[in-house]
Write a protein that binds this ligand. Structure first.
Ligand code: G4P
Length: 540
């Protein structure tokens, strides 16, 4: 009999002997809306003992949502547009869970959040398989070779046959899969799980109840004839598992860490089935903080003494009493201590980090110390931007936090023309937060905002009015896309002279070409072979 998980160690083995950073697991959950990300988050916190009652994640979300108008947009549309961080501990492992917005309009934000994690959990609805948003987010993870755990949720409901589902996921994503838990029945037949990693069956003692009965086995066949489970259901489960283990590759740590193989956990977040096993797997085989590539062929190791980190998100409105913003920093090396001075490579300035924050499951706490893998919040008045690198002196620039060329471009018009200055300041703030991109056309005083999804426009308008007292409206433009122009300076200037009405500058004064059609863009690319028209630009 194949044992797919012979190499899966226990999560809590010898954790005290490890350096602090090696006990960190920094990860995100990716899913299509409604697959169960919120429920799973809540139940992971519950399984870790960080919260005692389910319902906190949503309740917290609701409280947060009442704080401002743009959060009301979230509420009205039933979506989550913000990312947050939750830290919890289990068996000596510190888990940093970064929330990603589920709505596709915020894919840029999601992309940046995923740049700050070392692993991801992909939640799939057992009845639906791979959905559009899961696929998109998966592709982002693949770009960075992020190891992915798969959680097939809602096995307490009718769904696709587990083998057919695994087959679909594997072929749609071109990803190898190996099961670590397997359902005993689906929907009304759901009786429990086979925990392959620990060679045991987890069963409910009453229909629909928690899986408290544990039956160890040597071979899955030992489970045939298990009392308390209908013969038809257990036979089908054992047969399909045996078949799956026979055709699927065994768990391989290296293939998983390289992002080629995903361990699959079947379960039900709602019924808390399979959640503890997933958490155990995250602790046991989830990667601890990985080395990070920086500009100039520098690789920063988590074990280095020097503190370094980068800002992957800036969020306003965290505290309604202060107009502060919080920059979320992913630490990449060293041991951070409160009060430490860090060097901002972009501003070439030291900054004392006096009151950094940790985000625990239920509250925020001041950080005294933090290590690689940890996420700290730094309240500031706009000094920190997405993409900024902080370090103890060395000028480092971490890569992989790009801006994407916007696909939707709108001219911003003021209701009150006297507020032009406030508008520019507000737009600059929003651009630095990464909410939108702001382009200043060479021949038109009205700024253009660029977004990837239309919902960002609503968020921007609501925030400008509420937070800056600047009501705006949008006017469509004739541009369909934007490209950053790079090349020799004289050539770039020559191009901008000949196409002045279609050129703009971004918030860093970098030249941008606004194309009226794909055809026009293709022609420019052809006619100006010495120039590059790029759709991504590294921040920082
Ligand atoms: P999301 O964050 O990915 O959008 O999903 P969320 O957790 O909010 O779950 C979406 C819906 O699916 C919720 O139902 C939730 O209760 C349900 N759900 C999540 N996990 C499971 C599961 O394992 N089994 C079953 N049967 N349902 C599950 P809802 O009716 O939309 O919300 P609510 O009224 O329960 O809050």
């Amino acid at each position: 009999m194949l044992d797919s998980t012979a190499s899966l160690p226990a999560a809590h083995a010898e954790t005290t002997a490890l350096p602090d950073f090696a006990r960190r697991r920094t990860f995100a959950i990716i899913s299509h809306p409604d697959a169960g990300k919120t429920t799973l988050t809540e139940k992971l916190l519950l399984a870790s003992g960080a919260i005692r009652l389910a319902g906190h994640v949503k309740a917290r979300g609701e409280r947060r949502r009442t704080r401002s108008d743009w959060m009301e947009i979230e509420q009205q549309r039933g979506i989550s547009v913000t990312s947050s961080v939750m830290t919890f501990e289990k068996d000596g492992i510190v888990f940093n869970l970064l929330d990603t917005p589920g709505h596709s309009d915020f894919s840029e934000d999601t992309y940046r959040t995923l740049s700050a994690v070392d692993a991801a959990v992909m939640v799939i609805d057992v009845a639906k398989g791979i959905e559009s948003q899961t696929r998109k987010l998966f592709e982002v993870c693949r770009l960075r070779d992020i190891p992915i755990f798969t959680f097939v949720n809602k096995v307490d409901r009718e769904g696709l046959d587990p083998i057919a589902l695994m087959d679909e996921v594997a072929s749609t994503l071109a990803l190898d899969l190996t099961p670590l838990t397997w359902p005993i029945g689906l929907g009304v037949d759901f009786r429990g799980l086979i925990d392959i990693a620990h060679k045991r069956a987890l069963l409910a003692t009453e229909r629909g109840g928690p899986l408290t009965r544990v039956v160890p086995y040597n071979e899955p066949e030992d489970l045939l004839g298990l009392d308390g489970v209908e013969e038809r259901i257990i036979t089908e489960a054992v047969e399909s598992l045996t078949l799956a283990l026979g055709v699927l590759p065994p768990f391989d740590l290296a293939a998983f860490r390289e992002g080629h193989l995903s361990p699959v956990y079947f379960g039900s977040a709602l019924k808390e089935a399979g959640v503890a096993e997933l958490l155990d797997g995250l602790g046991a085989v989830g990667p601890s903080p990985l080395p990070r590539a920086a500009a100039g062929e520098r690789t920063v190791e988590p074990a280095e003494d020097m503190v370094s980190g980068f800002v992957f998100k800036v969020q306003a409105n965290m505290d309604p009493n202060h107009r502060d913003r919080v920059a979320f920093v992913r630490l990449c090396s060293g041991r951070f201590k409160r009060g430490m001075k860090l060097f901002n490579a972009r501003e070439k300035r030291q900054m004392a980090i006096a009151n950094p924050i940790f985000f625990f499951a239920q509250e925020r706490e001041t950080v005294d110390e933090a290590v690689a893998g940890d996420i700290i919040g730094i309240p500031n008045h706009g000094m920190l931007r997405v993409g900024d690198t902080l370090s103890e002196g060395e000028t480092i620039r971490f890569e992989g936090l790009p801006d994407f060329a916007p696909e939707i471009l709108r001219r911003v018009l003021l209701a009150d023309p006297m507020k032009a200055k406030q508008l520019l300041k507000a737009l600059q703030d929003m651009a630095e937060e990464g909410v939108v991109q702001v382009l200043k056309p060479l021949t038109d005083p009205a700024p253009i905002v660029g977004v990837v999804g239309p919902l960002q426009l609503d968020v921007l308008a609501a925030r400008l009015e509420k937070e800056y007292g600047v009501p705006i409206r949008y006017e469509t433009t004739s541009y369909v896309t934007a490209r950053w122009i790079t090349g020799e300076r004289t050539e770039v200037e020559r191009f901008m002279e000949t196409s002045r009405s279609a050129c703009a500058r971004d918030r860093d004064e970098a030249p941008v070409y606004l194309a009226r059609s794909q055809w026009v863009l293709d022609r420019a690319i052809e006619e100006w072979p010495k120039l590059k028209f790029t759709n991504v630009k590294e921040r920082g």
